[in-house]
Each structure stands twice: as structure tokens, then as C-alpha cells.
Design a protein around this ligand. Structure first.
Ligand code: NAP
Length: 283
């Protein structure tokens, strides 16, 4: 029988809350205030509103302060830039989150890049991504960093492993590749123009699925004993990007959906916000 480990992001995030709460209390005792995250929500997208309220709730449970700035659908790029400038200048705010996606008429990249590097706790700025790629200090984008923290929690080393990332988005696929490379994996990135995905799936030691298509990868195509990270989440179908039927007979470890990568993303946003306050005060 195949032996495997379930990479339980929900349990890790739950366990990690105590440590994050402790750090939050220490910062409050030493510096007179708690770490604080400002979230910006633009427009009426119900999924974005849900994500922001989940993040607020998780912050509150740990004692991290949150303030949400709601802007209506008609908000302009300039208006958003001036709000970001105000939040950058506010010494009581440690992290800024601009919830993606913003309405199409707004220049999202320009707004992301206006966020001060030292408050970019969601890891969305070009400069932060450049630093990450160079192996320099930067807040990592929360989903891939959450995945790295989960691998670390289960003592899964990436060194010398062949890691395949399926997807190359700015927030997930690309920073994931950089983080795996920084952890000494040998990396391959697949995307919509990749021709031999099945061949790559058959040889990879670690596969990260970040495609955004429900059940896109058949887990039976994975190498025996490999590690599977499914970053996809499709709430309507309650599944990820991988068809998990038969998974326990194939892999040595995998993230369930839900309860794998998702809880790690929010936990990592809080982790980065606390780290930001520590860094801002330690110079
Ligand atoms: P995205 O921006 O839509 O990017 C999807 C990527 O998949 C693109 O790079 C695309 O390639 C690639 N792709 C599409 N069709 C493909 C195919 N047939 N073969 C190989 N690659 C293909 O998505 P994302 O924002 O990275 O999100 C990916 C998934 O992660 C989604 O399910 C999303 O819900 C989930 N997610 C979860 C969390 C979390 O907290 N759990 C956070 C963020 C995202 P091209 O570049 O060539 O178009």
C-alpha cells in the first residue's frame, strides 16, 4: 500500500495562530500598538468582498488591526493612487492589500506598484518580485509563500528536486517558480502554450497546479511518490485544479481541496503584516 501525507494547511494555520497572536501581543506591549493591515476593496465583486471579509476576520482573531477602504466601481486610477499614497505615509499602517481584481478601467499594475515596498505584504509590486527573483529580501506573494511554509512545516525539502509549476501568473505561478528556485529545486514552468505537459507531469518530483481550471490535471499522470500542491480552488464545484480520484495510491504527499493551500494564503498575509511591523521598527 502507498504511504502518503496530507499537507493540512487548515490545521497548520490553526496551530500557527497561537504563535502569531503571541508576536502580536509582544509588539503591542513593546511598541504601544498592534500590527495593522489596510485593505482596499474596489467595486462590487461579491467574491472579492468575501475574500476581504475572511481576511478581516482572520486578522481580528489574531489581534491584528484591520481597516477596509471601500471604493465604488467608478473609482479612478488617480483616486486609488492618492489613497495608496495616504496609506503609505501613515505610520500606524504596516501592510497594504489592494484586493485583486480591480475594475478593468483601473491601471492595476500602476496601483500595485505605488504600494511602498516595505508595506507590500501581499507581494504584488514589481520591485518586490524583482527582489524575490534575485534572492534578495522581499515579502513573498502570499499563496506561493504559504505553500513554501507548508512544505517546510512537513519537512519536505525542495533541494535537488524537479519542481513543475503549471501556471505563470504574476501572483502565483511566477513567484512560485522563484521561491522553488531559491530553495534549490530544479524548476520547469508550464503554461497554456506548453505542448508536452503529460511528459512533464510524469517526471516531476513536485507539482504545483495553478491553472484555474477545475480538475484540469488527472492525478494518475503524476509520478509515483511525487508531492502534489493543488493551489486551485473552485467553490462552486468544491474542487481544485487536479482531479484527485485515486491520489492516495500515487503521491507521497498532497494538499487537499479545500483545506490545503487556501488557509495558508490568509495566514501568510497576517504573517507578513506582523513581519512588516517588526521590520519597520527594527530598521
Ligand atoms: P490565472 O492568472 O488565470 O493564471 C492561470 C495560468 O494557467 C496561466 O499562466 C495560464 O497560462 C495557465 N494555463 C491556462 N490553461 C492552461 C493549459 N491548458 N495548460 C497549462 N497551463 C494553462 O490564475 P491564478 O490567479 O494564477 O490562479 C490559479 C488558480 O489558483 C485558480 O484556481 C485560483 O482560484 C487559485 N488561487 C488560489 C489562491 C488561494 O489562496 N488558494 C490564491 C490565488 C489563486 P498562460 O499564461 O499561457 O495564459
Amino acid at each position: 500500500m502507498n504511504s502518503y501525507v496530507v499537507l493540512d494547511g487548515k490545521a497548520f494555520a490553526e496551530k500557527n495562530k497561537a504563535e502569531l497572536s503571541k508576536k502580536t501581543s509582544e509588539l503591542k506591549n513593546n511598541l504601544g500598538r498592534s500590527p495593522s493591515l489596510a485593505a482596499i476593496l474596489v467595486g462590487d465583486d461579491p467574491a472579492s468582498a468575501t475574500y476581504v471579509s475572511m481576511k478581516e476576520k482572520a486578522c481580528q482573531e489574531i489581534g491584528v488591526q484591520t481597516s477596509t477602504f471601500k471604493k465604488n466601481e467608478a473609482c479612478s486610477t488617480e483616486e486609488l493612487l492618492s489613497l495608496i499614497d495616504k496609506l503609505n505615509a501613515d505610520k500606524t499602517i504596516d501592510g497594504i492589500l489592494l484586493q485583486h481584481p480591480v475594475p478593468k478601467h483601473i491601471d492595476e499594475i500602476k496601483c500595485f506598484n505605488r504600494i511602498s515596498l516595505n508595506k507590500d505584504v501581499d507581494g504584488v509590486t514589481t520591485e518586490g518580485f524583482g527582489n524575490l527573483s534575485m534572492g534578495l529580501d522581499a515579502f513573498g506573494s502570499c499563496t506561493p509563500l504559504g505553500i513554501m511554509r507548508l512544505l517546510n512545516e512537513y519537512d519536505i525539502s525542495c533541494e535537488g528536486k524537479l519542481a513543475l509549476v503549471v501556471g505563470r501568473s504574476q501572483i502565483l505561478g511566477k513567484p512560485m517558480v522563484s521561491m522553488l528556485l531559491n530553495a534549490n529545486a530544479t524548476t520547469i514552468t508550464a503554461h497554456s502554450k506548453t505542448k508536452n505537459l503529460d511528459e512533464l507531469l510524469a517526471i516531476a518530483d513536485i507539482v504545483v497546479a495553478a491553472v484555474g481550471i477545475p480538475n484540469f490535471i488527472d492525478c494518475k499522470k503524476l509520478k509515483k511518490g511525487s508531492v502534489l500542491i493543488d493551489a486551485g480552488y473552485h467553490p462552486d464545484k468544491k474542487c481544485g485544479d487536479v482531479d484527485m480520484n485515486g491520489i492516495t495510491e500515487i503521491v507521497s504527499a498532497y494538499t487537499p481541496v479545500p483545506g490545503g493551500v487556501g488557509p495558508m494564503t490568509i495566514n501568510t498575509l497576517i504573517y507578513n503584516t506582523i513581519l512588516s511591523m517588526e521590520k519597520l521598527h527594527n530598521g
